[in-house]
Design a protein around this ligand. Structure first.
Ligand SMILES: CC(C)c1ccc(C(=O)O)c(O)c1O
Ligand SMILES: [Fe+2]
Length: 285
C-alpha cells in the first residue's frame, strides 16, 4: 500500500491566467509568488506554493501528494502496476515547474491526474497575502468520482487513505489525523470539484461572507457547519466554475483504532447542521 504524507498542491489549467491571478490575490486571499513560463504560483502557508494556474484547458487538473522518500516513489510505482494502473516519472522540466526533486504521476480510476512528489520546496518567508482572508493553509480537495464505490476501494486499498465518514456513498478520506484531505464527490467526469483553505476562525468566515457578496462572488453554500468534520464553512465560485471553500474547526482523529466511520444522509442535513442548503448541482437530491 502507498503511504501518502500530505496533500501538497493543485495545478489548474485556465484560458485566462490574468483573471485567475486577480481572483486569487484580490478575492481568495492567496499570495502570488511568481510567474514562470505560462504559469502563476500562489502560496497559502509555509509551502513554496499550494496552487498553480497555468494557461490551458480549464478541465486540466492535477493534485499532488508528498511521499516520504525517493524509495517510496519507486514502491508506489510497483504497487500501482500491481493494481493495473500505469504510472510515469515526471521529466526534469516538469520537476522544475513543480519545484520538486522527483515525481510520479498516474490517473486514478475516474481519470483524475494524481502526482506523487518527493522533496517539494518550502519557503522561509511568512505567507503574506494582499487580502487578509485569515487563511492558515491549503487543507483538502473535493475530487470528482464517476464511481464512488470503486474509487473508495482504490483510495483505501491502494493509496492508503482511511474513511472518516460517508455522506451517502461519498467518503471523506483521511491520510493523517485531519478528518479528511480528500472528499470524493459524485460526478459524471473527473477533476477537482473544490479546493479548501482553512481559515483561523468563524470571524474570518463571516467577514468573507460579507466581503464576497459585496464583490458579487457567487456563494454556493453556507455559511454553515459540517456535521462530519464539525468545521464551519463557506463555499463560493472561482475562475472557470471552480468552487473554493473556507472552513474552520476541522476535527482531528487522534485515535485510529477507536474511530468508526459514521454514515450521514446525502441530504441537506448530512452536509450542514445549521440548515444551509447547497446550491451545488451534484448535491441536489
Ligand atoms: C460538501 C462536501 C462534500 C463536504 C462535506 C463535508 C465536509 C466536512 O466535513 O468538512 C467538507 O469539507 C466537504 O467539502
Ligand atoms: Fe470540503
Amino acid at each position: 500500500m502507498i503511504n501518502l504524507h500530505d496533500i501538497r498542491y493543485v495545478r489548474l489549467g485556465t484560458p485566462d491566467v490574468e483573471a485567475a491571478t486577480r481572483y486569487c490575490t484580490e478575492i481568495l486571499g492567496l499570495q502570488k509568488i511568481r510567474t514562470q513560463g505560462n504559469a502563476v504560483y500562489f502560496r497559502s502557508d509555509d509551502r513554496d506554493h499550494t496552487l498553480v494556474y497555468f494557461e490551458g484547458d480549464a478541465r486540466d487538473h492535477a493534485t499532488a501528494f508528498e511521499l516520504h522518500s525517493f524509495e517510496a516513489l519507486e514502491v508506489a510505482r510497483k504497487v500501482l502496476q500491481q493494481a493495473g494502473t500505469d504510472s510515469h516519472w515526471g521529466t526534469d522540466q516538469e520537476c522544475e515547474q513543480r519545484f520538486v526533486r522527483a515525481f510520479v504521476w498516474f490517473l486514478d480510476p475516474s481519470g483524475n491526474r494524481i502526482e506523487l512528489i518527493w522533496r517539494p520546496q518550502h519557503s522561509g518567508w511568512r505567507y503574506f497575502p494582499s487580502r487578509d482572508a485569515g487563511i492558515t493553509g491549503f487543507s483538502h480537495i473535493g475530487l470528482r468520482s464517476t464511481d464512488l464505490v470503486r474509487d473508495e476501494k482504490f483510495w483505501t486499498q491502494i493509496m492508503g487513505a482511511r474513511v472518516s465518514d460517508w455522506i451517502g456513498d461519498a467518503p471523506l478520506l483521511r491520510i493523517d489525523e485531519i478528518h479528511h484531505k480528500i472528499a470524493l464527490f459524485p460526478s459524471e467526469y473527473p477533476g477537482v470539484q473544490h479546493i479548501n483553505h482553512q481559515v483561523q476562525s468563524i470571524d474570518d468566515i463571516m467577514r468573507s461572507w460579507y466581503f464576497l457578496q459585496e464583490k458579487g462572488v457567487n456563494i454556493t453554500f453556507g455559511p454553515g457547519k459540517h456535521p462530519t468534520s464539525t468545521a464551519m464553512f463557506l463555499y463560493f465560485e472561482g475562475p472557470d466554475g471552480m468552487i473554493f471553500e473556507y472552513s474552520s474547526g476541522v476535527r482531528s482523529i487522534e485515535d485510529e483504532a477507536s474511530h468508526l466511520p459514521r454514515q450521514f444522509p446525502f441530504e441537506p442535513v448530512g452536509f450542514c447542521m445549521w440548515g444551509a442548503r447547497p446550491n451545488i448541482k451534484e448535491f441536489k437530491t
